[in-house]
Design a binder for this molecule. Structure first.
Ligand code: SF4
Ligand code: SF4
Length: 395
């Protein structure tokens, strides 16, 4: 191993990286377009990929609906760590005369024909794929879910990448024999919107490795589930942390999915704000007032390294009940009296019955408030005297 690689790896590990590896532009050349580092750095020769693990106990409390906020805070802290590690690697490489770019962690998508902004996007191809880099650099392999799975932490990691003009010595991908995914399909079973088909498969090749993964539903399907426009599983007995319901079955057809997602995004108050976090993810992550609203990611959180733990995690999810919104902006587990109320945003919202029977309430500021929650709470407060809000629109 050359001294530059050693120095960079030690630096990242000393700053909190749990896993780190190196790959090259040439090794990534057989991958999909988002595996090409030259899109962001034309002179790129190498990629340094690194991972930080999420807190497993906090994630457990999240999936069984004991505690919502700690996992949101944990994700934000880890995003800050990843940016900070990437910046240090870039600084080190530049000090040695190389070009280097710290790839944005999230929400940087390649332009799509006919899409004026993110609300009109349907494919969501990233500028550069952290997952493909991590696979090529030997950090993990792609699981059935399409998530990056590590041997050490399962899928419970967040990834960062630095692109550089330096020619670094690459690591090798994990062999098929050591592949961390055993196709248990727990990821399919805990996706409330059925994004990860349990049987239909497709293949993707990167770094000379061919992965057989789920042939997933359109990306707009996950966008609907992960953003929280629909949180309820088809069994109707459990949900992710989203209190929102579409009130109708999800479409089957890709075009219908895309049209639905676009219409929901257009109506979403968060997407109307000029400074929403899609415009500058890094800035949001370091803003002390920004709340990392996380309601899903169950496909990742279920995926522990050991199969027994995955089975147990799945049980935690399906036994965890459904989520409801409180008028202070917090989310809680709904009881049998919770109501579904139509909102002006194309969605119904589940609210605890006592919240609606209390009478008119002032909007209470709670640090976790999210733009959609905030507007819905304002609406509910205005409606509290009317029959509309008190009529439980339960099916
Ligand atoms: S939950 Fe099971 S099938 Fe899904 S990615 Fe993880 S190990 Fe693979
Ligand atoms: S993040 Fe949630 S909605 Fe998206 S694929 Fe995973 S489980 Fe499904």
């Amino acid at each position: 191993m050359g001294s530059t690689e050693t120095k960079l790896k030690s630096l990242a590990l000393s700053m909190g990286a749990d896993l780190i590896g190196v790959t090259s532009k040439d090794i990534l050349a057989d991958g999909p377009p988002s595996a090409d580092p030259r899109y962001l750095l034309p002179s790129a020769k190498s990629v340094i990929s690194f991972a930080v693990s999420l807190d497993k106990d906090i994630a457990k409390d999240f999936i069984n609906k004991k505690k919502w906020l700690p996992h949101c805070h944990n994700r934000k802290a880890i995003a800050q760590t990843l940016y900070t590690i990437g910046d240090a690697l870039v600084e080190q490489l530049r000090s040695e005369g190389y070009k280097a770019v710290n790839v944005d962690l999230n929400n940087n998508y390649r332009p799509e024909e006919g899409a004026a902004d993110v609300t009109e996007m349907t494919k969501f191809h990233p500028d550069f794929s952290h997952r493909y880099a991590a696979l090529a650099a030997g950090i993990g392999r792609l699981g059935w879910s399409g998530n990056l799975l590590t041997r050490e932490y399962g899928a419970l990691v967040e990834l960062g990448s630095v692109l550089t003009s330096a020619a670094l010595t690459p690591d090798t991908p994990i062999s098929d024999k050591e592949h961390p995914c055993d196709k248990c399909k727990m990821c399919s079973l805990v996706c409330p919107v059925g994004m990860i088909r349990p049987r239909a498969s497709t293949q993707v090749t990167v770094a000379g490795v061919t992965e057989t993964i789920s042939n997933k539903r359109p990306n707009t399907c996950c966008w609907i589930g992960c953003t929280g426009y629909e949180g309820l599983a088809t069994s109707r007995t459990w949900s992710n942390w989203s209190p929102y319901r579409l009130g109708r079955p999800l479409p089957e057809d890709r075009q219908d999915f895309d049209a639905l997602c676009i219409s929901l995004q257009k109506a979403d108050p968060q997407m109307q704000a000029a400074d929403n976090y899609f415009s500058n993810y890094r800035q949001a992550v370091f803003d002390p007032d920004w709340f990392y609203y996380t309601v899903c990611g169950f496909c990742r959180s279920v995926c522990a390294p050991q199969r027994e733990e995955r089975l147990a995690n799945r049980k935690l999810i399906i036994d965890s009940g459904t989520a409801a919104l409180k008028l202070d902006g917090s989310h809680e587990v709904a009881d049998e009296n919770a109501c579904e109320v139509q909102t002006p945003y194309g969605l119904r919202v589940v609210v605890a019955h006592e919240e609606l029977s209390k009478g008119p309430a002032k909007t209470r500021k709670w640090p976790g408030q999210f733009p959609l929650d905030r507007e819905v709470i304002k609406y509910l407060c205005q409606q509290l005297n009317s029959a509309d809000a008190r009529d439980c629109a339960t099916d």
